[in-house]
Design a protein around this ligand. Structure first.
Ligand code: ZN
Length: 528
């Protein structure tokens, strides 16, 4: 789920909530449904998007009116008249799916790059204004103040093949299986059209898409690449749904062919999901599979090709080295920007001067005496300097937390916490009516208590949480359910709650004693 923009900015990006509705301008980076959740209820003029994104979105949500949209195309800059200040927005290719863009905002609030979902290859980066690109070791002429970054695969250390190489591997895999009469391609997600076009061109056969079973996929492909579609089921190439229960469905197809004494069909899944989350568990296996030389067959008979529409960790690192932004925020809750070494070494509250505009955006008054409300805000927000501590603080005793929980709950009773910036959206917490105490089992540990505190604090926030329906969000959800992703101390009910909200089960949190000291230290520094 995309994150809300800070309170100090006049625009929202990819969020459709009462909060984004109060912003004066809205931006939609691309048409994946996890970025347009809530748009049918919380849309208002103007929504800036590319023509392709607009067309696809209107298709998905026919109740939306076209007049809500303002088109902006790749490479185009628009000066936006705002009552407070005029600012400029420019759209850049995000290398993600048809119509997907990154937005560069330039105004008195600073220079902000919002990548939406992206695959930041060097070619993609080169299209950004030269002044923002450094030439290592030289820093860029002009600094980006904030980068809102798609870190979906930011913790995956292997180098991913380019999309072009991925397509080549799909083609090679088909070449190597001339006996397969039917080739199932799990390419039903927006962003995989290039694979289909190449298969169609190479083998001179159109792709069968079952209109009844995959109406949305059929609609999108009809808009984007109508020439490659076929309604003839005897075509060798079929679109196959990647979710749910792909292994079972694949095994059934293979068994069916064997039972009928027919050659086995070929099932190819071009995706990074299996490599990153599902297929390989040990580091050694990851390294072995991480070579990505060719398609790999799993135990269910599915051939996997690493085809990613999100940046790999090394691509993100490279991008951040060139851009050298002052601050980075991950737009993907499942991976924290802090996992990137650039962010770890360059983005910290202690690097900020007391008059830095970031404080204003965070709604933190550095001159004010240190009070508990600040603890609430900062502990909820995704301050990189705070997150940095989380890895080292996992063994913190519950004792220290409990005492700090008391501090938190004791502070300003009844007062709504001021802005929580990224944290609220990051955790996907909203105006839920769920009684959180009921969800916390007796096995509760300090983590559960932390969640409880946060949920209480969030009552009164205006963000609603709706169910995701997008393929992509479904696929991302797999991360949360993988056994390795489950924190030991989080109860099953809490896990369900998090999964229901399409946010990852949290990792153990840092000690609040450390957090308090951290904030106190930086405040003292500014006030001295
Ligand atoms: Zn996307």
């Amino acid at each position: 789920m995309p994150i809300e923009m800070p309170k100090g900015l006049p625009f929202s990006v990819d969020t459709w909530t009462p909060c984004s509705n109060r912003k004066r301008h809205r931006f939609l980076t691309h048409a994946h449904k996890d970025h347009s959740q809530g748009i049918s209820t919380h849309a208002s003029f103007p929504i800036y998007a590319t023509r392709i994104t607009k067309t696809l979105t209107l298709n998905y949500y026919p109740q939306l009116n076209e007049s809500l949209f303002v088109e902006i195309e790749i490479g185009q800059s628009i000066a936006i008249d705002d009552p407070v200040e005029t600012f400029t927005v420019t759209a850049f290719d995000a290398n993600h799916c048809p119509g997907a863009v990154m937005f560069l905002f330039e105004g008195t609030f600073g220079n902000i790059l919002h990548t939406g979902d992206c695959r930041l290859t060097p070619e993609c980066l080169q299209r950004l204004p030269e002044k923002y690109l450094g030439k290592i070791p030289r820093e860029p002429k002009c600094r980006l103040d904030y980068v809102f970054l798609d870190c979906t695969f930011g913790s995956f250390s292997s180098k991913m093949p380019s999309k072009h190489v991925g397509i080549r591997q799909v083609i090679d895999c088909i070449w190597k299986h001339p006996d397969a009469c039917v080739v199932y391609l799990t390419c039903d997600l927006l962003g995989q059209e290039e694979i289909l076009v190449n298969v169609c061109q190479t083998f001179g056969s159109k792709i069968f898409v079952d209109k009844e079973n995959y109406p949305e996929c059929f609609q999108s492909l009809s808009l984007i690449v109508p020439d490659i579609l076929s309604q003839d089921p005897s075509s060798r190439f079929h679109i196959f749904d990647g979710f749910p229960r792909l292994p079972e469905r694949a095994e059934a197809k293979l068994a069916e062919a064997r039972a009928n004494f027919q050659p086995e069909p070929l099932i190819i899944r071009p995706s990074a999901q299996w490599y990153v989350f599902e297929g390989v568990s040990s580091e050694a296996e990851k390294r072995k599979n991480g070579q990505f030389k060719e398609a790999t067959k799993d135990q269910f008979g599915i051939w996997h090709v690493c085809y990613s529409i999100h940046s790999s960790r090394d691509e993100l690192e490279w991008a951040l080295k060139l851009l050298a932004p002052r601050w980075v925020v991950s737009t993907t809750p499942e991976c924290r920007a802090m996992e990137l070494s650039y962010v770890k070494s360059h983005c910290s509250y202690s690097n900020l001067a007391s008059d830095d505009p970031l404080w204003k955006l965070l709604d933190i008054d550095v001159e004010a005496p240190f009070i508990n409300e600040d603890v609430q805000d900062v502990s909820i927000s995704s301050s990189p300097s705070l997150l940095e501590r989380s890895s080292g603080a996992r063994s913190e005793s519950s004792q220290s937390f409990v005492s700090n929980k008391e501090i938190l709950t004791a502070s300003s009773p009844g007062k709504k916490p001021s802005v929580t910036l990224f944290g609220r959206a990051r955790l996907g917490l909203g105006n839920s009516t769920v009684v959180y105490e009921e969800l916390v089992k007796p096995e509760t540990t300090y983590q559960n208590e932390y969640i409880e505190v946060q949920c209480k604090n969030e009552v009164g926030s205006d963000r609603d949480v709706s169910e995701g329906t997008c393929d992509e969000s479904k696929s991302k959800e797999l991360t949360y359910s993988s056994p390795s992703g489950l924190s030991k101390g989080v109860g099953e009910n809490i896990r369900k709650l998090y999964r229901g909200m399409h946010v990852p089960v949290p990792k153990p949190l840092p000690s609040l004693v450390d957090l308090l000291n951290d904030i106190k230290r930086s405040k003292r520094k500014f006030m001295s």
